[in-house]
Design a protein around this ligand. Structure first.
Ligand code: NAP
Length: 280
């Protein structure tokens, strides 16, 4: 496993298992159990995914040392402190743990004051030790700029849509400059990397390395210092994705993949999300 060091010195495994749409119950449980068995040490979930309880149970049954596992979860925006505290405590309970490694604001609110209020709560969790690292997700540069005006603690991570069709050039440069680690979600572009111009180029690179397109995409992110969390509930793919750690792309391969950027967003645009107003 390779690790990134966050701006507070906390170490994060650079590859993890995504779990969006992994169904609560057997599906999320078995995927997590299998992933832990073959060497994953990092699981990404969220309050909104509704599968924290199955993931918590899988981690418990795997009998791994808590300190050897990196758990990320995320909070949707709440209007008041009481509900924010309740959401966090519920996540801990479902995950069967007394701390999370990384806690993220899932989506920015369209009102910067609400983001600042959420962030103050996140800072208090960090100070209490219940979240070893805190961060944001889906924050564009202007959201981060606004947050930094009142933040006492700089976010450690920004988890955003990032893949060969949307390489996030200006946002990544900005986050690098601010020492905020970029984390990719949706690496396979909802299947887009297996089609069209992406397939044509990625397939050539994959053949050269005796790898799959999925592995090349993950290896590309790892090479660029991005945290990658591909999701799968299929054992063969969970293993295949993990094995991308072994693939060593060349500088030339990276240039070709960077050249596939078309600014294609396949997930919700954070500036026009329905999660702007309070969600309860
Ligand atoms: N912060 C946010 O707002 C946000 C938004 C979206 C996602 N995320 C996080 O990022 C993670 C990854 O994103 P994502 O789940 O949206 O998309 P993704 O990882 O790009 O793609 C997952 C899809 O690709 C398939 N797949 C996985 N490995 C494959 C392989 N080796 N070959 C071919 N197909 C493969 C999966 O199928 P099977 O599962 O059927 O194998 C699933 O349909 C999420 O699970 C979640 O943890 C965060």
């Amino acid at each position: 496993m390779t690790y990134v060091e966050l701006n507070n010195g906390y170490k994060m495994p650079q590859l993890g298992l995504g779990t969006f749409k992994s169904k609560d119950g057997n599906e999320a449980y078995e995927a997590t159990r299998y992933a832990l068995e073959i060497g994953y040490t990092h699981i990404d979930t969220a309050q909104m995914y509704g599968n924290e309880a199955s993931i918590g149970q899988a981690i418990k049954d795997a009998k791994v040392n808590r300190k050897d596992i990196f758990i990320t979860t995320k909070q949707k925006v709440h209007s008041n402190l009481k509900n924010m505290e309740k959401a966090f405590e519920e996540s801990l309970e479902k995950l069967q743990t007394d701390y999370v490694d990384l806690y993220l604001i899932h989506w920015p609110n369209h009102d910067p004051k609400i983001n600042a209020q959420s962030w103050a709560f996140f800072e208090s969790l960090y100070e209490s030790g219940k979240a070893k690292a805190i961060g944001i997700s889906n924050f564009q540069k202007h959201h981060v700029d606004a947050l930094l005006k009142t933040a006492k603690i700089k976010p450690m991570i920004d988890q955003v849509e990032c893949h060969p069709g949307l390489t996030q050039v200006p946002l990544k440069a900005y986050l690098d400059q601010e020492s905020i680690q970029i984390e990719s979600y949706g690496p396979f572009m909802k299947g887009g990397v297996f089609e069209g111009i992406w397939k044509d180029a990625l397939e050539l690179i994959a053949k050269k390395h005796d790898a799959s397109i999925a592995q090349v995409v993950i290896a590309w992110g790892l090479y660029k210092g991005i945290v990658m969390i591909p999701k799968s509930v299929t054992p063969k793919r969970i293993k295949e994705n993990f094995e991308s750690l072994k693939i060593k792309l060349t500088e030339e391969d990276i240039k070709v993949i960077d050249g596939l950027n078309r600014g294609v967003r396949v997930y919700t645009d954070p500036d026009n999300s329905p999660w702007g107003p309070y969600v309860e």
